[in-house]
Design a protein around this ligand. Structure first.
Ligand code: ARG
Ligand code: ZN
Length: 844
């Protein structure tokens, strides 16, 4: 059944207070609830409905009198008083057999919860919708040594603990954890002097992997005070690491629950990229305390209200902690690789969708990353001061409320006086706008003409022009900047912007800082691109110029059989040799466009991409770079080595990303000796795994792979890398077979989402391997999705996205993928999650 935004109605009853008692037992946990309801004066209906799924109702009472609710699909109904009353229920649930990892479940012997979006209804009967907010009191009865829930600790003793959360919250923010855990503890004093106890709870074996996460938490708390004036509001902040988790992490009030991969890190077991990701996710979940928890969403269509804003905040944070330029490039790469891919295929949807079947299918890159881009554009349009004023008003006006995108835009309108009527289209309209550029130079006047167009997406054939902030700078032919960055506002379908007073025809640098999530269509010569790569003052566009050179060169290799362009390689060489540039940025210059991005680019020229040809061309260019720049790469490798004790900080990490990019290229021409030496000498995971990856890529490294397995067999997070790396580095002909072989490895615990994703995420990420003409990759993935679906619909549905680009390809591949999608769709008892996804991919 489809749920529509337009059908929203306010809840019939509101909740003043919730009391819950948990009597924990693995297969028969009892949950006793006592909920004080009151009729909602703003609701037309008095229909008393409580959500509930997979619950065994033991008893129910209204104001102390036993009642017999009518159990209906998805919940229960009662004749309820038209006055305040107390509803009580006792239910029984089975955490041990909860393999969907939603509601209360067990992971590695501990109890934990995941309620967002609609998991609380698997814990007890409740109005499980975000616009019903209430303070919670929780009592946990269990012999587990550590018993946690939201809010501040209350009474505790042998076999029980109580928790009180004074801040009204929706049920999706409820959390409970019980288990044999130890804490890495610290404390934080807030700007108004509140002492907050901080704890990161883990299994004893992981206590050495907590220090970095704790530092990240403290930095996040300070940053949110300084940047947004937001202070923490409880006496404790608890984080728990669990191994079995469908997503990255969850912002439950005062009790964040993390996928262990998103919080645990030590130099020996985590890479620089892991450290950076962990810092960002800790920040993200912490920032939700204000953007999500104190101000929450009225309904799930408003998900981007909290996610887009919170992603934008974590991006700002990472930029402040590390490098804004490098972070912006990383974000743009992710947006293009994942969000543009989504926007250009059958799963395209607006940042604020209008309907869904299963809300878990809408925790997407579009809602999250494009949602963050919209916040960034707003900030650019109203300026830093306007943005801060609007955010202050947002928190002041909506604290304690469940609100909508309209409420959000309204605070910007009121704080800045700007009409955002047209801007709001960014939330409603799916698809990536294309911006076409035309230039004119007449009588000393330079004119830029911009034209926008958004292709049709499923269910949305007509598109309207959106407001696009286009940051532009102009350079003189000698390389000097004559016009520093200026934001042009493109609001019409086509608009011209004139620049006077220039002594020579300038070279434009357009969409600086990637100022809008659009595809720029610009006729440029390779000379102009090389010029911008050398001279642009905007780091994003400097990088972009190199990327454009690489992309057009690769397309010429693939589509016209050209050889690698020496001009590009020389320009790249000058870029990476420039010691005035940040090593992390130079590593980004060395990163070629991915095979999937190239496939989409070819599709847009009207041809069916051939994944094998793309792979060969890209590898060919890598070889050519290594050949032509070998001496330089070797010198960079030697001179940028980090010496001394490992630190995950940005400076060292940037040097390692440069030397490891060089290593990977050099291994192509030199063979494996350099990588083998690095593997042997490595005292941290970044160096170790980069060396192993470089070896596997050239078909060597069997001994190192074995040594790595022996060394790390007891570390689950490291073994995920071991699984993923082999599939990711496999040659196209071997990828499916490698994945299949690994599924027979004794450590392939397919019920663990991280392990499942390690193998199958890597398979779908190995484009030429996954799209091998034999269809073996498609078949293997479909087999395993069908196996996982009955146990864990959420992770299964998410992984079906590997197939979402199927319409790009040739008839044979399309036929093979369609057959797999139809096989999945036709399976009896398929979950709602997976059936929605494959249905959308098969629909026209
Ligand atoms: N709110 C969490 C976050 O972004 C993600 C939870 C996703 N849960 C889900 N069932 N899809 O931090
Ligand atoms: Zn979030």
């Amino acid at each position: 059944r489809t749920v529509y935004l337009k059908d929203y109605t306010p809840p019939a009853y509101l909740v003043d207070e919730v009391r819950l008692t948990f009597r924990l037992a693995p297969e028969a946990t009892r949950v006793l609830s006592e909920i004080r309801f009151r009729p909602n004066p703003d609701a037309a209906s008095r229909d008393f409905f409580l959500h509930g799924e997979q619950l065994k109702l033991i008893s129910a009472h209204v104001d102390g009198k036993a009642v017999q609710p009518v159990l209906v699909e998805g919940g229960l109904r009662l004749e309820a008083p038209d006055a305040p009353f107390t509803f009580e229920a006792e239910v029984e649930i089975d955490p041990e057999h909860n393999t969907a990892l939603e509601g209360l479940y067990r992971s590695g012997g501990m109890y934990c919860t995941q309620c967002e979006a609609e998991g609380f209804r698997k814990i007890t009967f409740y109005p499980d919708r975000p616009d019903v907010m209430a303070p919670f009191h929780v009592r946990i009865e269990s012999d587990e040594p550590v018993l946690l829930s939201n809010g501040n600790p209350g009474a505790s003793g042998p076999g029980f603990a109580e928790w009180n959360d004074p801040w009204p919250k929706p049920a999706y923010l409820f959390a409970l954890v019980a288990g044999d855990l130890v804490a890495h503890s610290d404390s934080f004093t807030t700007m108004s002097g509140r002492e907050v106890a901080l704890n990161l709870w883990v299994r004893e074996a992981d206590i050495d992997k907590c220090a970095f996460g704790m530092e990240a938490l403290k930095k996040s708390m300070t940053w949110d005070e300084r940047t947004y004036g937001r202070e923490y509001d409880l006496d404790v902040f608890n984080i728990v690491a669990v191994d079995d988790f469908n997503m990255g992490a969850m912002e439950n009030k005062g009790l964040n629950i993390f996928n262990s991969s998103a919080v645990l890190a030590s130099p020996a077991t985590a890479t620089d990229a892991d450290f950076e990701r962990i810092e960002a996710i800790i920040a993200h979940e912490y920032f939700h305390n204000w953007t999500g928890n104190r101000v929450t969403c009225r309904d799930w269509f408003q998900l981007c209200l909290k996610e887009g804003l919170t992603v934008f905040r974590d991006q700002q944070f990472t930029g402040d902690m590390r490098s804004h330029a490098v972070k912006r490039i990383d974000d743009a790469m992710l947006l293009r690789a994942a969000q543009f891919r989504e926007d250009n295929g059958p799963l395209a949807h607006p940042v604020r969708p209008e309907s869904f079947v299963e809300i878990n299918n809408f925790y997407t890159v579009t809602v999250y990353e494009k949602g963050a881009e919209i916040v960034g554009m707003l900030k650019r349009l109203v300026g830093d001061k306007g943005y801060r004023k609007a955010l202050d008003l947002y928190f002041e006006r909506h604290d304690g409320q469940a609100v909508t995108i309209e409420d959000w835009l309204k605070v910007f309108e009121e704080a800045t006086g700007r009409d955002l009527g047209q801007f709001a289209r960014w939330y409603h309209q799916a698809g990536t706008p294309r911006v076409h550029v035309a230039e004119d130079w007449t009588d000393g006047r330079y004119t830029l003409t911009l034209r926008q167009e958004t292709p049709a997406t499923p269910g949305q054939s007509d598109k309207q022009p959106v407001v696009i902030p286009v940051a532009v700078g102009l350079l003189n032919p000698n390389g000097d900047e004559v016009l520093p960055t200026k934001v042009l506002e493109l609001t019409e379908t086509e608009q011209s912007f004139a620049f006077d007073g220039l002594s020579a025809r300038p070279v434009p640098s357009i969409l600086r800082g990637f100022s809008a999530p659009v595809i720029l269509k610009q006729e440029q010569t390779d000379e102009t691109r090389a010029f911008l790569l050398a001279h642009d003052t905007d780091p994003f566009n400097k990088w972009e110029a190199g990327r454009d050179l690489a992309r057009t060169g690769l397309l010429a290799m693939i589509q016209s059989g050209d050889g690698p362009h020496a001009g590009y390689i020389d320009a790249l060489g000058r870029g990476i040799a420039d010691e005035s540039l940040d090593p992390a940025f130079r590593a980004q210059l060395l990163a070629l466009p991915g095979e999937d991005e190239l496939a989409q680019a070819i599709f847009e020229t009207g041809q069916a991409p051939d994944p094998s040809a793309i792979h060969e061309a890209r590898e060919g260019l890598r070889h050519a770079i290594a050949d032509r720049l070998g001496d330089l790469l070797s010198r960079l490798y030697d001179t940028h080595q980090v010496t001394g004790a490992y630190s995950p900080k940005a400076g060292d990490a940037g040097r390692r990303s440069l030397t490891n990019a060089a290593l990977s290229l050099l291994s192509l021409t030199e063979g494996g000796n350099r990588a083998r030496n690095q593997f042997r000498a490595a005292d941290n995971m970044t160096q170790q795994i980069a060396a192993l990856g470089a070896l596997l890529k050239i078909g060597e490294g069997a001994a190192e792979l074995k040594a790595f397995e022996d060394q790390w067999s007891h570390e689950r997070l490291v073994m995920n890398k071991w699984f993923g790396l082999q599939v990711g580095a496999a040659q196209p002909d071997d990828a499916a077979e490698t994945a299949e072989r690994l599924t027979r490895h004794p450590a392939f615990d397919w019920k663990n989402p991280n392990r499942f994703r390690a193998v199958f995420g890597a398979l779908s990420g190995n484009a030429a391997g996954f799209h091998h003409p034999s269809g073996a990759g498609y078949r293997l993935l479909a087999d395993w999705l069908l196996k996982l679906d009955p146990l864990n619909p959420q992770t299964t549905a998410r992984m079906t996205q590997a197939f979402s680009t199927w319409k790009r390809y040739d008839e044979d591949r399309r036929g093979l993928i369609r057959a797999e999608l139809e096989r999945i769709a036709g399976t009896d008892g398929l979950s709602r999650d997976t059936s929605e996804m494959v249905g959308r991919m098969l629909a026209d």
